[in-house]
Design a protein around this ligand. Structure first.
Ligand SMILES: CC(C)(COP(=O)(O)OP(=O)(O)OC[C@H]1O[C@@H](n2cnc3c(N)ncnc32)[C@H](O)[C@@H]1OP(=O)(O)O)[C@@H](O)C(=O)NCCC(=O)NCCS
Length: 246
């Protein structure tokens, strides 16, 4: 059955941190969590080295207040010991608010069919527990439950910690773009939820007929392959090779 509304603070999962063995809870966040959301965002901004500041676009309190007032928008949060340690903004555009927040990506379909994740943040003390993977998984499930067809995100090209997780979860690097505000080069990640489910069943590599490998830093080759209809579909963190496929 398609879900038409969300339950605020609904518990999505209870898990165990792989590094410390502590238990964590994944929940939907709402406007009552604003102080925690702002505090975690600030903590992460303060922790980012200068060459990584462009990985996130800090949001104002007003942004979050408006976000929660609009349609099926939500946020996913992870708590450990009563403290918010990770959060993601989930934007589900509607007719009244069709904006997607994507700075340089052509629409793949009408806004009402899309779900976008942004502001994915994990407290540095808790990194390496695959918490982003956990949030991205719940986002895709949530988008599917409310009847969305596509999931979309934009990520700085220099941030393999983030785009590697999107590829692990079945999205593909669909195109590149540039943030007009600060010139940051971006990947636009996209996949239809139907294709994500099919990749889960068949495996990513069986899903595509033709594959090529290229260096993750070799953006020129990647752009050439994107123009030929290839997409970035898998990342080998050891060899730093990106698999492009179509
Ligand atoms: C991107 C991010 C959410 C991923 O966090 P995560 O879910 O904890 O990452 P993972 O569990 O997949 O990490 C896997 C490995 O990469 C390391 N890692 C993750 N993010 C890292 C970072 N920013 N810098 C250095 N190492 C990092 C982890 O320590 C871990 O190493 P280990 O296996 O040796 O312990 C997190 O790095 C973050 O909050 N970054 C700052 C904000 C950001 O870039 N957000 C994405 C915007 S699109």
């Amino acid at each position: 059955m398609t879900k038409t509304s969300k339950n605020n603070n609904e518990i999505l999962n209870i898990g165990t941190l792989c590094k410390s063995g502590q238990s964590y809870t994944v929940k939907l966040l709402d406007a009552n969590c604003l102080d925690e959301i702002m505090a975690l965002q600030q903590k992460i901004i303060d922790s980012l080295p200068d060459d990584q500041k462009s990985f996130i676009l800090p949001k104002s309190q007003e942004f979050f207040e408006n976000h929660f007032k609009r349609g099926a928008n939500t946020m996913i949060g992870i708590y450990c010991g009563g403290e918010l340690i990770a959060q993601s903004i989930v934007l589900n555009p509607n007719a009244a608010h069709p904006e997607t927040g994507m700075v340089d990506m052509e629409l793949v379909d009408t806004p009402e069919t899309l779900s976008i994740i942004e502001g994915v943040l994990v407290d540095p003390a808790y990194r390496g527990n695959r918490l982003m993977e956990e949030m991205v998984g719940h986002w895709i499930d949530f988008a599917e439950q409310i009847g969305r067809k596509h999931v979309i995100a934009e990520i700085a090209i220099d941030n393999p910690y983030s785009w590697g997780v999107f590829l692990d979860k079945g999205l593909a690097l669909h195109s590149t773009g540039t943030d007009p505000d600060d010139g940051t080069e971006l990947y636009n990640a996209h996949e239809s939820i139907a294709n994500i489910r099919s990749k889960q069943l068949s495996g990513v590599f069986n899903h595509y007929a033709e594959k090529k490998h290229c260096d993750a830093h070799d953006i020129d080759t990647q752009k050439e392959l994107l123009n030929q209809g290839f997409k970035g579909v898998a990342y080998d963190r050891k060899s730093k090779k990106l698999t492009m496929a179509k």
